[in-house]
Design a protein around this ligand. Structure first.
Ligand SMILES: [Zn+2]
Length: 99
C-alpha cells in the first residue's frame, strides 16, 4: 500500500500540508510495497502523475503475490479436492486430463 505526498519547498504557502495537491512542489511516494518500506520521488510536481506512478508500482509488485502456485501445489490441491469430494468424474469435463 503506497501513498503520494508532497515535499514542499520552504517558500510554498502550503508547506505544512503534505497532502496538498495543487502546487508544483515535488511529489513523493512512500509506503510498503511487497513487504518493503519504500520512499521515492515521483520526479514530478503533478499529483495525478504521481498517482499514476504509484498505481504502476503497485501493479508491478502484485503479480509476484498472485503467481507463487507451482505445478506441484496445483496438483496437490487438485488431488486434495478429488480425495475429499464425493462427486463423480462425470462432473469434470476434462477429467482426468488438465487443460
Ligand atoms: Zn508546495
Amino acid at each position: 500500500m503506497l501513498s503520494v505526498y508532497t515535499r514542499h519547498s520552504n517558500d510554498c504557502p502550503q508547506k505544512d500540508d503534505i497532502n496538498w495537491k495543487r502546487c508544483r512542489c515535488p511529489k513523493w511516494i512512500n509506503g510498503t510495497l511487497d513487504g518493503q518500506f519504500i520512499r521515492k520521488t515521483a520526479s514530478t510536481g503533478c499529483w495525478e502523475k504521481a498517482e499514476d506512478l504509484r498505481r504502476d508500482w503497485e501493479e508491478a509488485a502484485s503479480p509476484k503475490k498472485l503467481n507463487p502456485v507451482t505445478i506441484e501445489e496445483a496438483v496437490e490441491a487438485y488431488l486434495g479436492w478429488w480425495g475429499h469430494s464425493k462427486r463423480s468424474s462425470t462432473d469434470g469435463t476434462n477429467w482426468p486430463y488438465p487443460r
